[in-house]
Design a protein around this ligand. Structure first.
Ligand code: SF4
Length: 180
């Protein structure tokens, strides 16, 4: 496995993704409360084609993660003077992460699957309906949309995360790449 991890690390680093940690996907915490927060309280609910309700059930998400032996959690830390600038950052990062996913897939990991660090923002306007998605091959859900308790999961492996009180606070965002 360490040889395989070294090869994967090389792919990540070539794209500038140095800040990541390995985790056993079975250690990723998935909980119903996360879906409840998406359903009641998130403005993306029903407005984003890769967010709930356009995602599998929480129990199906658990089963899905359990089908993998390895995951990389990528950490992104940024703050912005103008909060609107974060959308371009999200889009650019997602596009680069999709390149990583593609390269990992082409190197033989046929099951590899990416979760973006924020809601899919590949388009200026989301169609809100999965079947109408403008980039169905490239759109991906976030870990949160897949029921991942990102707070508890990343804290287990020593990554920082706090509730943000203001747009000027430093964000700690996380993307996940399942590999096998
Ligand atoms: S690719 Fe476009 S339409 Fe599809 S989920 Fe992302 S933003 Fe929405």
């Amino acid at each position: 496995m360490s040889k395989a991890k070294d090869a994967l690390k090389k792919i990540f680093r070539e794209r500038g993704f140095d800040d990541f940690k390995w985790i056993d996907p079975k250690q990723v915490i998935i909980a119903q409360w996360v879906r409840m927060k998406c359903t009641y309280g998130c403005p993306n609910y029903g407005e984003a084609a890769s967010c709930p309700p356009n995602v599998p059930s929480v129990s199906d998400c658990r089963e899905f993660f359990d089908e993998y032996d390895l995951a990389a959690i990528f950490h992104f830390s940024r703050s912005f003077d103008n909060p609107d600038d974060r959308h371009d950052w999200t889009r650019e990062t997602s596009i680069q992460l999709l390149e990583v996913e593609k390269e990992v897939f082409l190197s033989g990991y046929v099951k590899t699957f990416l979760m973006f660090m924020d809601a899919c923002e590949l388009c200026e306007e989301c169609t809100a309906i999965r079947a109408d998605c403008k980039h169905p091959k490239r759109a991906r859900p976030t870990p949160e949309a897949m029921g991942v308790d990102v707070f508890s999961t990343v804290r287990q492996i020593g990554y920082p995360i706090d509730v943000l009180k203001d747009y000027s606070d430093t964000m700690n965002r996380y993307a996940i790449l399942l590999v096998e």
